[in-house]
Design a protein around this ligand. Structure first.
Ligand code: SAH
Length: 214
């Protein structure tokens, strides 16, 4: 049963103010996050802390990203309504729901079967219609390419070439990737068929991007 109580709504509004204070100022992103009850994506035992600005466990050693990180990556992605967006690492499905709220045509890949199944049921129950794929995100989804935006929500040891090649001209990919032993947020902008501009941002922390399926 999915119940969004007044208390949950109040905690969510408080979280949005916290995020705004930390630099998530894009009103469309804040509105989208305000429309998605994060506690639906967590076990009921975590209900009380669902609106803390923290990453939390979702099973099989994975986590739902910290709300600040979701806000930051989503803001960097600057999604326009109707754009085709590919997410790597469906996890709980929370980030996918936020992208749906922004009006994106969402594709999301998850390598953990149990998480894929759970997210699929929950998002359908909530009325979202993303295309969820059980598979290895390193390959992307060539059959649905090109994508206007790509967001990777696990820490990559290297930047997967198939993902860059599935990025549309004028498209953008936001990906946490290893650089000199630490994980940094990177933005890749495809300027033309042959040119890509890379921007390295702050250090960050994510569960690892792993090969194959489980
Ligand atoms: N976006 C998620 C965050 C989940 S954590 C959310 O909103 O909850 C990152 C997820 O990436 C984990 O579920 C992990 O299993 C998944 N993952 C790791 N490597 C992957 C890969 N190669 N392909 C697809 N998913 C991957």
């Amino acid at each position: 049963m999915l119940l969004d109580s007044l208390q949950h709504k109040g905690l969510r509004q408080r979280l949005l103010r916290t995020l705004h204070g930390k630099g998530i100022t894009d009103e469309r992103v804040l509105t989208a996050m305000g429309n998605v009850p994060r506690h639906f994506f967590l076990e009921s035992g975590l209900d009380k802390i669902a609106y803390d600005d923290k990453a939390l466990p979702i099973g099989v050693e994975q986590t739902i990203s910290q709300p600040y990180t979701v806000g930051w990556q989503t803001q960097l992605l600057s999604v326009a309504s109707g754009e085709k967006v590919l997410e790597i690492g469906t996890g709980s499905g929370y980030q996918a729901a936020v992208l749906c709220e922004l009006g994106a045509e969402v594709y999301s890949i998850e390598r953990q079967g149990v998480l894929h199944d759970k997210a699929k049921n929950l998002l359908a129950q909530m009325g979202y219609r993303p295309t969820l794929v059980y598979g290895d995100g390193f390959e992307g989804l060539p059959q649905h390419a090109p994508f206007a935006k790509i967001i990777v929500t696990c820490g990559a040891g290297h930047v997967p070439q198939p993902l860059l090649s599935q990025l549309a001209v004028s498209g953008r990919m936001v990906i946490p990737a290893k650089s000199g032993g630490a994980l940094y947020m990177f933005v890749f902008d495809r300027i033309s068929e042959t040119q890509i501009r890379q921007t390295k941002l702050k250090e960050c922390s994510f569960v690892p991007m792993l090969q194959g399926v489980s």
